[in-house]
Design a protein around this ligand. Structure first.
Ligand code: NAD
Length: 356
């Protein structure tokens, strides 16, 4: 199969970690007989330096016309004082909007080899945490009408949280499909005891559940979910929730693994075009030192193969190669443990490539 991938390396450690993911993709292409073609586009601070904007129109077109987009990270202190309209993160919001990326998938996996890195006790994390949060990304209170007005001599601020049935249905279907590819258990997170949007959310999830009889659907209130993620995180397989709840819960969940450098993510549209990126930022404190952990980006590339290209065996091969690297004791500095082999960013990439 031939696929065109637009690569947005970005700033800080972005180019270093993306280079390792490309090495891994090239090995997969060789082994499984695919052809991946890469188009590099500047994004974030490096684009501001070159063109005065965080992404050019031409760059955006290259994202839209690709089969998929791989992102490193953007930003850094150098661009913190840029005017809001041309800050590095603006480019990410623009790409999400232009590509219609309404579904954010964040797996939270605590590899058993790294159980010590979790802030939770061994008795809670057991043999490792493996859950996935599906977050609605383009609706709800972040995008609803906002206003601040004076009422009876004081300021009153209002944020409206709209959700339409079709918005809930399309994220719901992504969640059910995702659950079908995993453990077939889906927890729908809402606040249906208080919010009308949540009542519509729950009703819609149960309506579409009829189309996925193999998936076991349960409802859970968002406040209880926040507690259960700490008390018993291994009970979950896939969780689906609206934008703001998902924003908060996915950050909470990512901390359970204790290692931000390991975590991938995917943002999906209604076509197969998606954007794949590690959840961390550009880590300016370690940029250019070849010591960043590339695993979050490499696992993001695996998600690209699974969700955009339907290449399941290829995605499995990358994940197994990462697992073997950890089993064999290879660790970048951020996940280093006693008795393990400390390696550089590029060395970790090489080990994973050789495991495929
Ligand atoms: P960060 O995630 O970049 O770094 C937080 C800490 O984690 C740092 O100590 C860093 O060294 C470490 N870290 C992050 N990724 C690592 C990796 N792969 N390997 C080893 N260590 C890693 O968050 P920050 O410092 O708050 O933000 C830095 C810049 O990144 C800011 O400009 C911020 O706006 C930007 N940012 C970008 C994105 C994105 O591009 N999606 C996301 C978050 C933050």
């Amino acid at each position: 199969m031939k696929k065109n991938i637009t690569v947005l390396s970005g700033d800080g450690i972005g180019p270093e970690i993306v280079a390792e993911a490309i090495k891994v993709l090239n090995k997969v292409a060789d082994k499984f007989g695919h052809e991946f073609e890469y188009t590099y586009v500047d994004i974030g601070g490096c684009a501001i330096d070159k063109y005065g904007v965080p992404i050019t129109e031409e760059g955006m077109e290259k994202c839209k016309s690709a089969d998929s987009v791989l992102l490193g990270a953007v930003g850094g202190p150098k661009w913190d004082s840029c005017p809001p309209a041309i800050r590095p993160e603006k480019a990410l919001l623009a790409v999400r909007k232009e590509l219609g990326l309404f579904a954010n998938l964040r797996p939270t996996k605590l590899f058993p080899q790294l159980a010590d890195a979790s802030p939770l006790k061994q008795s809670i994390v057991g043999n490792g945490i493996d859950l996935l949060i599906v977050r609605e990304l383009t609706g709800g209170v972040y995008f609803g009408e906002k206003k601040t007005e004076e009422v009876n001599g004081e300021l009153v601020a209002t944020d409206i949280m709209p959700y339409s049935e079709h918005e809930i249905e399309r994220i719901g279907r992504v969640a059910f499909e995702t659950a079908m590819k995993r453990g077939k258990r889906l927890a729908s997170v809402d606040k249906a005891n208080v919010l009308d949007t949540s009542r519509l959310w729950r009703k819609t999830m149960h309506r579409i559940a009829d189309d996925y009889p193999e998936v076991e659907l349960s409802d859970i209130l968002v406040d209880n979910t926040a507690m259960q993620l700490i008390k018993n995180p291994t009970q979950f397989d896939v969780l689906v929730t609206e934008n703001m709840f998902g924003d908060i819960l996915s950050d909470e969940a990512s901390m359970l693994t204790g290692s931000i450098g390991m975590m991938p993510s995917a943002s999906l549209s209604s076509t197969t075009l998606g954007m794949y990126e590690p959840i961390h930022g550009s880590a300016p404190d370690i940029a250019g030192m070849n010591i960043a952990n590339p695993i979050g980006t490499i696992l993001s590339a695996a998600m690209m193969l699974r969700y955009s290209f339907d290449m399941m065996d290829e995605a499995d091969a990358i994940e197994a190669a990462v697992n073997k690297a950890l089993d064999d004791g290879y660790r970048t500095g951020d996940i280093m443990q006693e008795g393990c082999k400390k390696c550089l960013c590029s060395e970790m990439g090489d080990v994973i490539v050789s495991n495929i």
